[in-house]
Design a protein around this ligand. Sequence first.
Ligand code: SF4
Length: 190
Amino acid sequence: MTITNTRDGLLACVENDDLFQNALLDDPAKAQTAAERRLQASLLHRAENLCLDCPVMVDCLYRAIVQHDVAGFCAGTTQRQRLEMRKILGIHVEPENLDSYAGASPAHQVDHDEVLRLRRADPTASLESIAQQLGCSLSTVKRHLRKARRGEPVGRPKVTVVPPSVEQVLDAYRQVVANRPAVRPVRKAA
Ligand code: SF4
């Protein structure tokens, strides 16, 4: 089953990859002027609400905290917030070898070999069409191809202690993110 949360059948972070990968979202220090800070707040608000409405939010959050140390805005959190949550949980996850990753849910994960297979199957096909077939963003396809070109390993990062439960991750989320008045509570998984 494909899990989607948009009319066009894509996860919001895929359909809005420009928003989710906007540098202002992930690094508060990048907003230098009052206008940039206003823009940052508005982008954050939009992205947070899209994640809170996402049917795989809880799963995506768990994976983004416990299994993948990804860059960028993901599961309603910035990279800095995820780091803070891991400190609360007492876990350390080795950084993912990708420079960005919009969404860490299984519904969104892209099989590295599948990207290469599609590329080999039709070298003339555009990267956009490969992204469309895989239901991911163009930048995700590019990152996988870049990794293959560089011969970098693709493997799951290690958590150095016993993984926390979903409830513990949600508690850490509440402490770091959800208690801010502007953020709605995370939707319960179906
Ligand atoms: S980042 Fe995760 S929670 Fe947010 S829209 Fe994408 S899959 Fe859903």
